[in-house]
Write a protein that binds this ligand. Structure first.
Ligand code: ZN
Length: 187
């Protein structure tokens, strides 16, 4: 089932997610619905906050983007990225490994807004998978960027918080308009 994606200005986007303690039937349903929602919107990642649920759960699938490479390693061995998608991560914890690089980023909660954000290009990730089993891997490129963007969401952090002051000032009119539109819808 495709869920509504909430937009910038919706308070839940600023809520830190609670940790997922058990994979209940409700969590399984939410995971399935989040995957449907991500694919319906042609996104490469979606956080639970974006469908109005403040918990530490995100889904990711970078297969939709072919011109920006990703890497994935498990126990020091390269793993096929496409075969590992979609990723379902609960309670993810990220450790930066690589150098910081700048790259374009968008967000389903900020339609039409794309800006360069600087983030580490390689990260180590520890999380629980869709079955609640612990997983660990190292990833790079677009996948690393997507996971960092989504993990931020789970802590109430948005990509506008990662922009330079100058870029954010430039975007100010668009951000204010989006926020005003969202607030009007919520009334
Ligand atoms: Zn986002």
């Amino acid at each position: 089932m495709v869920l509504k994606v909430v937009k910038y200005g919706t308070p839940v986007l600023r809520q830190k997610g609670t940790r997922v303690e058990a994979v209940t039937p409700a969590i399984r349903k939410l995971i399935a619905d989040m995957l449907d929602t991500m694919y319906a919107h042609k996104g490469i990642g979606l956080a639970a906050q974006q469908v109005g649920v403040p918990i530490q759960l995100t889904v990711i699938d970078v297969r939709g983007v072919t011109d920006r490479p990703s890497s994935l390693e498990v126990d020091g061995h390269p793993v096929d990225v496409a075969e590992s998608m979609p990723l379902v991560l609960m309670n993810p914890h990220i450790t930066p490994v690589g150098q910081k690089v700048s790259g374009p980023e968008g967000c389903l909660s900020f339609p039409e807004i794309f800006v360069d954000i600087t983030r580490p290009d390689v990260v180590d990730v520890e999380a629980l998978d869709a079955e609640g089993e612990p997983i660990q891997f190292r990833c790079g490129g677009l996948l690393a960027r997507a996971i960092q963007h989504e993990t931020d969401h789970l802590h109430g952090i948005l990509f506008i918080d990662r922009m330079t002051k100058e870029v954010k000032e430039e975007l100010r009119p668009e951000l204010d308009a989006l926020q005003a539109e969202t607030k009007k819808e919520l009334e």
